[in-house]
Every structure is written in C-alpha cells, then in structure tokens.
Design a protein around this ligand. Structure first.
Ligand SMILES: NC(=O)c1ccc[n+]([C@@H]2O[C@H](COP(=O)([O-])OP(=O)(O)OC[C@H]3O[C@@H](n4cnc5c(N)ncnc54)[C@H](OP(=O)(O)O)[C@@H]3O)[C@@H](O)[C@H]2O)c1
Length: 263
C-alpha cells in the first residue's frame, strides 16, 4: 500500500481479455491499479470505468516485447514512488503453425513477453514484497503448460516454463507472507486465437466451447486471494491437463497436432 488503505495491483496485458477482467475483479475487491500494455486507448477506457467504481488507476503504455520493456516499466513505477502489493503477470501471446514456418521475430516476441518479461518483472518486484512481509503474485500460464504442442510449439513450451517457475517460486516463498499462484486457463473467448493466427484451428472453432474471460478471472482471483499454488479453470480443463501431463506423449502429440490444425 502506498500510504493508503487500499492495496495496489499491477496488471500486465490489461488492455483486454483475461487481464482486463482480472483488473475488474481486483478493483471490485478494493484494489487500486496500474494497468500496463501497449493498447493505451483500451486501458484508458477501462481505467475510466474502474475510477467510477472508486479505484485509483494509472495507465502505463508498455511494450514488454522490447528488451528494455520491463526496466522502463519498473522505472516508471519507481518514479511515481508506487509500491506494488499484487503483481499479475498476464501479458502473453502465441503463434500458430509449424515451428520452421513461424516468423523468427514473432518467436522472439513470444519468448520475450511470455518468459523474459514475466521473469524480470517478478524478480524486480518480489524483494519489496518479501521485505514488507506481504504480497500476491499471479503468473498466467495455460493448460498448454502440461504438454508439448505441435503447431504452437513455442507457445506451449513458454507456458511450461511459466508453470514450472510459478510452482518453484511458490515453494521457495513459503513463510514469507508472499504467495505465487499460477493460473492455467483453457480456451477462453478473447483475442488470443486471432492474435495467434489460430482462429481457424479445430481447437478454436469446433471442439471446445470457450470459457468467458470474466469467469476465468473470477476463478483466478479467488485462487490468488487464497494463495493457491496452481489453479486450472474448470473441470474439463482440469481433466485435459491431467491427460496432458500423464498420458503418453506419443498419444497427446498427434491429438494436439490435430486440434491445432485448420479445417
Ligand atoms: N485465451 C485463451 O484461450 C488463453 C488460454 C490460456 C492462457 N491464456 C493466456 O492468458 C493471457 C491473456 O491472454 P488473453 O486470452 O486475454 O489474450 P488477449 O485478449 O490477446 O490479451 C493479451 C494481452 O497481452 C498483452 N500483450 C501482448 N503483447 C504485449 C506486449 N508486447 N507488451 C505488453 N503487453 C502485451 C495485450 O496487450 P496489447 O496488445 O495492448 O499490448 C493484451 O492485453 C496470456 O498470457 C495467454 O497466453 C489465454
């Protein structure tokens, strides 16, 4: 808290989708907010909505795909003398298609946003939380974290990294007053599939009913508040994750390849 009674939460990827809904959930539960993403116009609209409901909200235009993206964001937060009590590492993206057909720059962008920025931001903000003896961190992974994913290989691998990091940090931080929760959504109705070029995949179009982003945020926020280590959104996704983790990969590889293929 920054000399106020209300905790302050930083949400990355708050310009839409799951991040915007997590910001709404945090605001409803008495948080002030720092919203960070590239889409400043969308975040300003969200900020106006949340301010009407009583939250103080700061919008920071931030491109986490840039090598200095996190340093710039942290400098901005430090320059305003803000203390972050809750960190939501939500910004992320994927790219559909065979690895060798993926644009090399796009692969860099995925690794930078999903892995590097998430790690740097967590490393930058955890010491302050530990010193204050309280804090909540969320890493947004995916059910994709539980298995390899042909036709979206880098994305699936990046989320396996996020899950592994989150679980280890949760364990390391026992007894500090700081918790780390890894949220693993399944297919969710956001711009994700469109941005990834996967909106024609069987996964996006035919086989799955997508969960609403506000429902994902509700489940995630409840788990964050409870300090849970890992949360998977819903029973079907829990079963899929179990299958992804424990079924032989010689079976899950072709199934995932088919789900990620177009019609
Ligand atoms: N939707 C799903 O099916 C699904 C399933 C499992 C996990 N997830 C995960 O959930 C998280 C949120 O995704 P979503 O579904 O809400 O998709 P989305 O609607 O596409 O939102 C992605 C968010 O990430 C931000 N972002 C992307 N590149 C960025 C960059 N270079 N710098 C800063 N922010 C950036 C976007 O903001 P700007 O474009 O404005 O920068 C946007 O706010 C991601 O980590 C995603 O991997 C999604």
């Amino acid at each position: 808290m920054n000399g106020k009674m209300r905790p302050l939460a930083l949400v990355t990827g708050a310009s839409g989708g799951i991040g915007a809904e997590l910001a709404r959930a945090l605001a409803r539960d008495g948080h002030d907010l720092v919203l960070a993403a590239r889409g400043v116009v969308a975040m300003e609209e969200l900020a106006a909505e949340l301010r009407r409901e009583g939250s103080d909200v700061i919008v920071i235009g931030s491109d986490l795909s840039q090598p200095d993206g996190v340093a710039t964001l942290i400098a901005d937060i430090a320059g305003r003398a803000l203390e972050i009590d809750v960190l939501i590492n939500n910004a992320g993206l994927g790219a559909a298609g065979r690895f060798v057909a993926n644009d090399a720059a796009r692969i860099d962008e995925i690794m930078q946003v999903n892995i590097v920025a998430l790690t740097q931001l967590t490393r930058a903000l955890l010491p302050g939380m530990i010193a204050r003896g309280r804090g909540r961190v969320m890493l947004v992974a995916s059910v994709a974290a539980f298995q390899p994913g042909p036709r979206m290989a880098v994305y699936f691998a990046s989320k396996a990294y996020v899950l592994s990091l989150g679980e280890a940090l949760s364990y390391e931080l026992r007894g500090t007053g700081v918790t780390v929760t890894t949220l693993c959504p399944g297919a969710t109705a956001t711009k994700f599939f469109e941005v990834a070029g996967a909106d024609h995949s069987l996964m996006a179009k035919k086989l799955r009913r997508m969960m609403r982003a506000d429902r994902v945020a509700q489940i995630g926020y409840r788990a964050l508040k409870a300090g849970r280590r890992v949360v998977i959104t819903g029973l079907v996704n829990t079963i899929m994750s179990f299958g992804g983790r424990y079924a032989p990969h010689r079976l899950t590889l072709p199934v995932t390849d088919m789900l990620m293929s177009g019609d």
